[in-house]
Design a protein around this ligand. Structure first.
Ligand code: ADP
Length: 425
């Protein structure tokens, strides 16, 4: 109320409403409007306490000397509650440029109006609060739908996958965090499915590979049993065949056992400082007779001593598999060269042959278990199709890699990279 009184006083002073009677028409209108606006009676007094404007019109020309007006004329605005009348009085002075008081403004407002105003505010506030609460609830519902729904659907998918439904996938929508999580879960499931199918494939391959020599043994032994009085040479020949089939099976089982050991993380590598040059020399010594049988020239190019941390037994088997293959798949009179090099971080062993080579299409598959380019030929060479898988896994376990460069018909080069620092592996 005081604020309103002061505002009106300022307005009256600015427009010289008290001193300039020519503007009184506008002035009275303004006072009326303001009074309606603030729902209060407005009275303007001159310096003699005479009413010169009254929004109720009834008191114009009359003189009142009341405490609020005296206060105002003395230069201090004041406001009072008049409980008995049920009103509030608020006053403010009007002065001129010199600071002399030229009049005063009095606002009279009834409690009922005031409480009415409070009620309206309270009521409005209640509605606003209710509206905000409803809005917050709706937003909360929508946003939880956005977030919780896809999350619980993701959790359900994970449970279904855990129950063994490996073909199950999460339907990824948008690109928010849930979508990223869903994509990761899908990728993980792809991998699981792949592992699962390669495990079944492995088991079926093993059974198949063992069945073949077993059926040969069965056929051979039955033929002798069924033939009464067979000559001794026949017995000898059949038993030799049986013996070589048993050797094949033994080789395969040994290879399988090595692979299983390489796969299981518990059987770690027995790492020690290994002189690769010395290791290659002893592998070569072992394989010279094999190369000699096929009149193959076996060459080692290793000028430098290269020492790395490695499991020598396992690595030696891995590298001899490569040289063994190079001899096996190189026709008589060919050349097999083994080189040893290094840079600041890695040692490189290359096995280069002048043999039959491997087509690009086959190159991607030769490291798979039981994979053989030509099954019939390999039966003769006695391969199990596990050698390169063993080499690959061993080199991976040493933190390295195996690369093959070849063209069908013009030799093959296998390059093994072995890092010096494989402590992290
Ligand atoms: P295997 O016991 O049959 O030799 P590997 O796993 O060692 O099995 O090799 C897989 C296949 O890769 C072989 O059957 C052969 O077809 C091919 N291969 C491996 N090394 C060579 C090579 N140096 N030259 C040509 N083919 C090769």
């Amino acid at each position: 109320m005081l604020y309103q009184a002061n505002k009106i006083a300022g307005y009256v002073q600015k427009n010289n409403f008290i001193t300039d009677s020519s503007v009184s028409g506008t002035f009275l209108n303004e006072i009326d409007e303001k009074s309606t606006e603030i729902s209060s009676r407005i009275l303007v007094f001159d310096r003699n306490f005479m009413v010169i404007a009254d929004s109720n019109k009834s008191e114009v020309g009359k003189t009142f000397v009341i405490p609020e007006l005296l206060d105002a004329m003395n230069g201090s605005a004041s406001a009072n509650l008049r409980k008995d009348e049920g009103t509030i009085y608020a006053s403010a002075y009007v002065d001129d440029e010199t600071g002399a008081k030229t009049g005063a403004v009095l606002i009279v407002s009834s409690f009922t109006e005031f409480y009415g105003l409070l009620d309206t505010i309270n009521h409005d506030w209640l509605i606003i609060t209710a509206l905000i609460s409803i809005l917050v609830a709706i937003l909360n519902y929508i946003s939880s739908g956005w977030f919780i729904k896809p999350l619980s659907s993701l959790v359900e998918t994970i449970y279904r996958i855990t129950d063994g439904n490996l073909s199950e996938r999460f339907k990824v929508k948008g690109n928010d965090e849930i979508a990223v999580l869903g994509t990761a879960v899908n990728k993980m499931t792809d991998k699981l499915e792949q592992e699962d199918s390669s495990r079944s494939e492995f088991v079926s391959n093993v059974s198949h590979e063992l069945k073949t020599p077993l059926s040969s043994i069965k056929v051979l032994s039955e033929s002798i049993l069924l033939q009464d009085g067979a000559p001794e040479e026949m017995y000898r020949e059949f038993l030799q065949d049986i013996n070589s089939e048993v050797d094949r099976m033994t080789n395969m089982i040994n290879d399988l056992l090595s692979l299983v050991k390489l796969d299981s993380r518990e059987v770690g590598l027995n790492l020690a400082e290994t002189n690769l040059r010395k290791m290659l020399i002893s592998i070569m010594k072992m394989l010279y007779p094999l190369a000699g049988e096929k009149d193959i020239e076996l060459v080692l190019e290793a000028d430098r001593e290269v020492i790395i941390l490695a499991d020598e037994t396992k690595l030696s088997l891995a590298v001899s598999n490569l040289i063994d293959n190079a001899i096996k798949y190189t026709p008589e009179g060919g050349v097999v060269k083994v080189t040893l090099e290094n840079d600041s971080q890695n040692a490189y062993i290359a096995v280069i042959d002048s043999g039959i080579g491997i087509s690009e299409e086959e190159q991607a598959k030769i490291f798979n278990r039981f994979y053989r380019v030509d099954k019939t030929r390999d039966r003769e060479t006695g391969g199990t199709g596990l050698g390169l898988a063993i080499t690959h896994q061993t080199v991976l376990n040493h933190g390295g890699s195996v690369k093959v460069i070849s063209k069908e018909g013009s030799g093959a080069t296998f390059i093994v990279r072995l890092p010096f620092d494989n402590r992290e592996v």
